[in-house]
Design a protein around this ligand. Structure first.
Ligand code: UT7
Length: 315
């Protein structure tokens, strides 16, 4: 498969570090050196589904395709206001898409997990065009009095349209299941029969463990996938790393020994938007005209699960 178009949409409200220190025991001086984040886009009066639809429409426009051309919609999402139907159904209804659609919840690497699924559909000839939409509102998952988590996240949606081609050179999905490392729990509705203890808990994260997992797994998988596809680090034009923390991105880059120019980032004014981060970065780089035909892009992302995923795709 190959990328035909990209799109993204962000909430209007931008919250700077100094805004946070008005109600939280934190500071720009703590946040910037440890994360690289100066501000983040936060959902206020918008609905996530509308951001998702805007990102998807922009991706279709960029690909010069209409809704009737799309054979499958995959939406990557961790949480939104609907329990059912899936966010992909909400997006499809708003856009007038009538193709099969489903959601995946693979946390931050969701874009690459969705690419892996799309690739399978292309390989068995079931589709000609696939729309992937990643829409996330992690700012609704954190406790806003917990300075260790709420300063890290931002919201948004990113989308990409894929068509037939042989541009996907390789993909590797990894898992190190440890549900306690990043975890949020919600209580379901009571019934006359449930008498077990149930927990409701905003997002908790073992930040240092996640940091270590991200750097080691991502660097290992990038090296592994390049050697399996007969490519070298020098062949890669851009490393599109999940925008979780600038220090994580720098850690991966240092392990690989690659120049910073090959690592585009937008974390400074986005924060971590979970699975939306890679397609938002992709769209922003695309709209800046950074990519030329034949450029080799490596995507790598990691997060709750713990899951991680890496893909090599030619522009
Ligand atoms: O998509 C993947 C999602 N996960 C991530 O991106 C997280 C990966 N992990 C990280 O990025 C880092 O572990 C953090 C940025 C989350 C934390 O950095 P750290 O250097 O590992 O700090 P720490 O958690 O060990 O905390 C050090 C101190 C603590 O104070 P004490 O116990 O030493 O007195 C924290 O309470 O910093 C304190 N602290 C803060 N202080 C000011 C934690 N958060 C803040 C804050 N402002 N926002």
């Amino acid at each position: 498969m190959r990328i035909l178009g990209t799109g993204s949409a962000l909430p209007q409200k931008q919250v700077g570090n100094d805004d946070l220190s008005k109600f939280l025991d934190t500071s720009d001086e703590w946040i910037v050196p440890r994360t690289g984040i100066h501000s983040r886009h936060v959902i206020s009066n918008e609905y996530l589904e509308d951001l998702a639809v805007s990102a998807a429409r922009r991706a279709l426009d960029d690909a010069s395709l209409g809704v009737a051309d799309i054979d499958l919609l995959i939406c990557s999402n961790v949480v939104n206001e609907y329990v059912t139907p899936s966010l992909s159904c909400i997006i499809a209804a708003k856009m007038g898409l009538a193709c099969p659609c489903f959601d995946i919840n693979c946390a931050c690497p969701g874009f690459i997990y969705a690419m892996d699924m799309a690739d399978s559909y292309f390989c068995c000839g079931k589709v000609r065009h696939v729309l992937i939409v990643c829409a996330e509102e992690p700012t609704r998952m954190v406790d806003w009095s917990d300075r260790a988590t709420c300063v890290l996240f931002g919201d948004g949606a990113g989308a990409a349209v894929f068509g037939e081609g042989d541009n996907l050179k390789g993909i590797r999905l990894s898992a190190e299941p440890s549900p306690d490392k990043i975890c949020e729990m919600r209580r379901l509705l009571p019934t006359p029969y449930v008498d077990k203890e149930e927990t409701e808990m905003p997002m908790q994260m073992k930040g240092r463990d996640v940091f270590r997992f991200a750097v080691t797994t991502s660097a290992r998988d990038i090296n592994d996938i390049l050697s399996r596809t007969g490519l070298s680090l020098d062949d890669v034009d851009y490393f599109m790393i999940h925008q979780a923390n600038l220090r994580i991105i720098d850690g991966i880059r240092e392990r690989l020994g690659v120049a910073p120019e090959k690592f585009p980032t937008n974390i400074a004014d986005h924060g971590n938007s979970s699975s939306a981060s890679c397609p938002i970065l992709l769209d922003e780089c695309n709209r800046k005209g950074m990519f030329k035909k034949g450029d080799l892009l490596v995507f790598s992302a990691f997060g709750s699960g713990l899951l991680s995923a890496t893909a090599v795709i030619e522009w």
